[in-house]
Design a protein. Structure first.
Length: 338
């Protein structure tokens, strides 16, 4: 691509994104990139802002389905830069058909997410969310706050890539017994624990943490049948993608007290809710609101990645991907291969 000034529209851009993206944009493309930041998500109804833009930069809940990609192409957009690792929201076949360059940030501080998974687990396990509220009311009663020691507990990791492995390293320090299920086993894990089939892993674990991508194969990997196979009282942590869990089945398992607790940073219908302030609204999602009523459920709004280190890596990889697109260099993070 040859032109002097590249126009880039950044969707779902929050002040913390802008801070790091703006810094790197200046370093990487001094005076030759014009960046438009929009705090709303990319949706069919927001596409009109991209007219005359060369590239869009999108995040986890932006819509990059076939009709949106076609409309972007029609408006002149030739590159999609994802500021995330997961790409379940992009129709890659259509991007390829249209010749749109798509690249992602495959890794940004996996430790950020792994450390957050531990934080969620311990909040849930030691009832810190309840303790925090009680103490603020002057209630120092400990009834109902009995947790369990992680030392000696069996933890199952579903998906053992960069984040799963970072979590394995941390949990080894806690003295946990580690099991993992991954169709592409990484031999380095054998020093930490054992690979098992999903069927074998589910009934053995006191804690299960999800770290696989959302694909057609993994959608609802936690469903009525897999929940029934889990140990009674087990805790389930999901910092990966909401669609890995069939929420209705999880609610049933919680009501029956079969599932001992749920810590989620992602939710299957998070798209129109997360990253926005709905505190004055009547939230229409009854499943999510039901989840929030359980004392043994902790929900956060897709923030596991949110550390300064990760934001710096996201910004620099995103602009490196843009640089590769503009210069026609081979891009190692490209998702559309010839
Ligand atoms: P990764 O690609 O390094 O690892 C994913 C692992 O899942 C791989 O080892 C792969 O073999 C395995 N896998 C594939 N199909 C599987 C299946 N059917 N069952 C079990 N395992 C399977 O990815 P990563 O960097 O470790 O990230 C994992 C996921 O975390 C991402 O896909 C993304 O959805 C999510 N994520 C969430 C946040 C957040 O802020 N909450 C941030 C970054 C990433």
């Amino acid at each position: 691509m040859t032109r002097k000034t590249i126009k880039l529209a950044v969707f779902s851009a929050k002040p913390y994104d802008k801070k790091y993206l703006a810094q790197v944009a200046q370093d990487k493309f001094p005076g030759s990139v014009e960046v438009f930041y929009y705090d709303f998500a990319l949706r069919p109804k927001t596409i009109s802002v991209v007219k005359g833009v060369d590239a869009v930069c999108a995040f986890v809940n932006d819509d990059l389905s076939a009709p949106v990609l076609r409309a972007l192409h029609e408006a002149g957009v030739r590159a999609v830069l994802l500021r995330c690792a997961g790409y379940n929201n992009v129709d890659l076949a259509v991007a390829k058909e249209l010749g749109i360059f798509v690249a992602r940030v495959p890794s940004y501080s996996p430790e950020s997410v792994a450390e957050f998974a531990v934080a969620l687990l311990q909040v849930l396990n030691r009832h810190i969310h309840r303790a925090y509220n009680r103490v603020r009311e002057g209630n120092f009663n400990l009834q109902g706050l009995v947790g369990s020691t992680l030392h000696g507990k069996t933890v199952g990791l579903i998906g053992l890539g960069k984040i799963g492995f970072a979590l394995a390293r941390i949990l080894r320090g806690f003295g946990c017994r580690l099991l993992a299920y991954d169709p592409f086993p990484n031999d380095a894990f054998r020093e930490f624990g054992e690979f098992k089939s999903l069927e074998e892993l589910l009934p053995e674990c006191d804690i299960i943490s999800l770290h696989c991508p959302l694909t057609e194969e993994t959608r609802y990997i936690i469903n009525e049948s897999s929940l029934a196979k889990m140990k009674k009282g087990a805790l389930l942590i999901n910092t990966s993608r909401g669609g890995l869990i069939h929420t209705k089945s999880v609610i049933t398992a919680l009501k029956k007290r079969h599932l001992g607790g749920l810590g989620i940073d992602v939710y299957e219908e998070e798209g129109d809710l997360f990253y926005k302030d709905h505190s004055g609204d009547i939230i229409q999602d009854d499943q999510l609101m039901r989840l929030l009523t359980f004392p043994n459920v902790v929900v956060t709004g897709h923030q596991a990645f949110l550390t300064e280190e990760a934001l710096i890596e996201i910004a620099s990889t995103t602009f490196q991907n843009l640089h590769d697109f503009v210069t026609g260099s081979e891009c190692k993070n490209s998702l559309v291969k010839d």
